[in-house]
Design a protein around this ligand. Sequence first.
Ligand code: UDP
Ligand code: MG
Length: 315
Amino acid sequence: MKKIDIIIPAYNEEEALPFLFERLEKIMKENSNYEFEILFINDGSKDKTLELIKKQREIDSRISYVDLSRNFGKEIAMIAGLDYSTGDAVIFIDADLQDPPELIPELIKYWEEGYDDVYARRKSRQGETFFKKFTSKMYYKVLQKMSKVEIQIDTGDFRLLDRRCVNALKKLRESQRCSKSMFSWIGYKKKEVLYDRDPRVAGKTKWNYKRLVDLAIDGITSFTTSPLRLSTFIAIPTFAALVIYFIYVIIKCFVVSQPIQAYQAIILLILFFSGIQILLFGIMGEYLGRIFNETKNRPLYLINEYNNKKEMNDE
Ligand code: UDP
Ligand code: MG
């Protein structure tokens, strides 16, 4: 019997969990020709999330969990889930039921047809502000323009991945993670499934615009180095302006023999060039910071316990 792991990153989801258990239970019952494991990644929740998971595990042995030592963010929780998964395929799903578990049989169906990465693309997004929808749309447009790898639009992390995709993703150990770009980067056979994104069933979103901006910057810099090219694009018109201005000054000197108002030109030039320098330093700093982080080679996360067993970090 094939085994499917449902990986659920959870951060302060006590209100959503009872609904989630119920909905998943039903799906698993209807698809009893598969063995399921529900693998929770408790991402440093401060509420009763872990307690609820443990309690449910007593009733249902298909539930297991990894408890991270603190809140590492969803991206890291996801790679932790992949590291601890053992199934022939994994399915990422949010704890808040914005991704309807009822879609799981369809994901599995396409997997059985031979697709490696069956991702759910949202037709609609209820319960999300216009601004959030708009910014996310624009962001993916920009990201797509900047990178050579194709990015799936309107796609979250809700997807089924074959074991070999999981193993591939596990090889990407960078600490500033952008799963969405990694899913694209690894390639393999992809299939799109459309669905309506529901509003969150209970609890509050953990997203705020700072997190979103962080994720956006990580996405761009981890995926492409084209911001580095920004300096080139700015340098070209700058030098063009320099040449034109130089010619202008020379001609004025020789033909009209009129002295130039030097102070105005100098102030403008100083502002202009110091502005460019600051920009270039900023870009370099961004990448330097990343090199710094990657060379530290820290583990991406630390585990508190795995299925009731204390993790000693001694492997
Ligand atoms: N999540 C997590 N760690 C975090 C933030 C969120 O594991 O630091 C989980 C959260 O519990 C949920 C999923 O990631 O299962 C999506 O989070 P959320 O619903 O807050 O994001 P949104 O759907 O609003 O984009
Ligand atoms: Mg959500």
